[in-house]
Design a protein around this ligand. Sequence first.
Ligand code: FEO
Length: 178
Amino acid sequence: MKDLVRMRTSLKEEIERILNEQIKMEAHSSAIYLSMAAWCDRNGFDFSAGYFYKQSNEERNHMLKLFNYVSDMGGHAISPEVTNVPQEFDGFRDVFELALQQEIAVSNAINRIVGQARQLNDFATDQFMQWFVKEQIEEEYVARRAVELFDVIGEEGVGRYMIDKAIPKITYGDVEAQ
Ligand code: FEO
């Protein structure tokens, strides 16, 4: 039965497996950002909460994009189980440090998929993943800029309020508008 299913798709088992891992990673990112949004809300950082709600939605869309690709290619897309979602964070800055680490981990995972797709001559997956490669440049930039704001503005006095207000305005490629 398994072989019969395989014959109906050019998606190699290994690629299907790592794409499903990525589906899970995006779902996990979405859940982490949601808990970060709640943490920011609880601690009075409403602008950052809004930013993380938006990020959480974006990650879910990334998950769906991968999910649909695996399905459309005739593969078995697995609805992921999401566990290990932290609900508490050590502080305002720590939330953003963690978000940046998360984005870097995602970029690395995406690079591994592209590398593997190329090794296996899977040009469809290689091309499909290029959207994610580009998207990660932006996601990493925004996450890094958010952390930088803590140094640039400083957390003293009204600093944290200023940082909170500046977070949703970070835009990739349009520094003039910030
Ligand atoms: Fe979908 Fe921010 O990685």
